[in-house]
Write a protein that binds this ligand. Structure first.
Ligand code: NI
Length: 401
């Protein structure tokens, strides 16, 4: 751990217009934290060292770790000295099975694992918010609970946090994702749908094998599967309004072993993305009907297995308005973001309590999950400052009802 040796340079432009409360010391500290997390990525539900690091950083600042039964992940709490509601700030902490190709001096030291979605940025930003709020803890009109959540990439983590009881008593929850295509100094905020429900499918087409030269003896699953791939393309164009968003993608198609044998079966896999629950139900229903019926038309049979993903991230309108005001006050430019068809298990919290998920501008060179993904670290103190202020403002707003 040569974190002291990192050449930490933070430009001034990003802080221009930001709150004066953001000290240079904080920017440097958060950059060191982010780089240490970046160097030692851990996959979903394996975040043991990351968990230890987060606890260490919190404890160094005298922030209380709350006791909830989580194997990985950390819950911490601040405030509570004055009566008031509880609001939660959530950051995800896991990395991806991606081989890093950034060439950064603090690149991943673990082969095949990388913080390629910037959850190191989220973790450092929320730690920064905690450090700032610790300094003004006595004035907090209620309690701020920090959810450092494991296993977002596998969409298990939010459920684990809820099952641990850490969402109990919380009135509102806030979270962020870095956004490479938004410049540093901007923040994407919108009420309503922001990210998609992300369901997976696995379709098995069963037929009858034969010698390749005697197709009339077969029920060819490859021909049936090929027609299924084509037929499901019509679901978005013919069964979904042009004003609603949806995606149906077949991403894997396996069948056969050799050139002169018609195989017994074929397997298709892929994903369906939707924003609206009614559209989601409709697309899933049509998908199953098309698979089963097309397979039957070729004398084969199809069975569909669903890998249920998180629901759509749907933001609370009042919280979005509040977040917009706070951005304005801090001199961070709020913009209305284009919704993303990616999934995010923050949505699982929003099924329980009002929540707001925002996109924080990080001027990244590549999109999420790319081997050369990176964030502009000048966004770190901005995000810390922003979430500290948002938490304070949300406590007041919830108390006012
Ligand atoms: Ni992510």
């Amino acid at each position: 751990m040569s974190k002291e040796k990192d050449n930490v340079r933070i430009g001034n432009e990003a802080r221009k217009g930001s709150s004066d409360r953001t000290a240079d010391g904080l920017a440097d500290r958060l950059t060191r934290i982010r780089r240490e997390l970046h160097r030692y990525p851990e996959l979903s539900n394996e975040e043991y060292e990351t968990t230890k690091r987060i606890k260490r950083w919190l404890e160094e600042s005298g922030i209380a770790i709350a006791s909830y039964p989580l194997r990985t992940g950390v819950v911490a709490e601040l405030g509570g000295k004055r009566p008031g509601p509880v609001i939660a700030l959530r950051a995800d902490i896991d990395a991806l099975p991606v081989q890093e190709e950034t060439g950064l001096p603090f690149a991943s030291s673990v082969p095949g694992k990388m913080h390629a979605c910037g959850h190191d940025f989220h973790t450092a930003a929320m730690l920064g918010a905690a450090f700032l709020l610790k300094e003004r803890e006595d004035e907090l009109q209620g309690t701020v609970r920090f959810l450092f959540q494991p296993a977002e990439e596998k969409a298990f983590g939010a459920r684990q946090v809820i099952d641990s009881g850490a969402l109990e008593g919380v009135s509102a929850v806030f979270g962020l994702h870095n956004k490479p295509d938004l410049p540093v100094g901007t923040i994407g905020i919108k009420g309503g749908p922001l990210m998609a429900a992300a369901d997976g499918f696995k379709v098995e087409v069963k037929g009858k094998g034969s010698h390749a030269a005697v197709p009339e003896s077969s029920l060819d699953p490859i021909v049936a599967a090929a027609h299924i791939v084509t037929a499901v393309q019509s679901i978005v164009s013919r069964n979904v309004s042009a004003l609603d968003g949806a995606v149906v993608s077949v991403t894997k198609l396996n069948s056969g072993t050799v050139w002169n044998v018609i195989p017994e079966s074929a397997v298709l896999e892929g994903t369906i993305r939707t924003f609206d629950e009614v559209v989601r139900a409709r697309v899933l229903e049509r998908f199953e009907q098309v698979c089963v019926s097309v397979a039957a038309a070729f004398g084969t049979s199809a069975s569909v297995r669903w890998i249920q993903g998180p629901p759509s991230v749907v933001n609370d309108d009042a919280l979005a308005e509040l977040a917009w005001e706070v951005a304005d006050q801090l001199g961070i430019a709020p913009v209305v973001p284009v919704p993303s068809l990616a999934g995010e298990d923050f949505a699982v919290y929003q099924k329980q309590i009002p929540g707001l998920f925002v996109f924080f501008g990080t001027s990244g060179p590549e999109e999420w999950h790319h081997p050369a993904f990176d964030v502009d670290e000048r966004a770190l103190p901005l995000a810390a400052d922003y979430f500290a202020a948002l938490a304070e403002r949300a406590l007041e707003a919830v108390a006012e009802g």
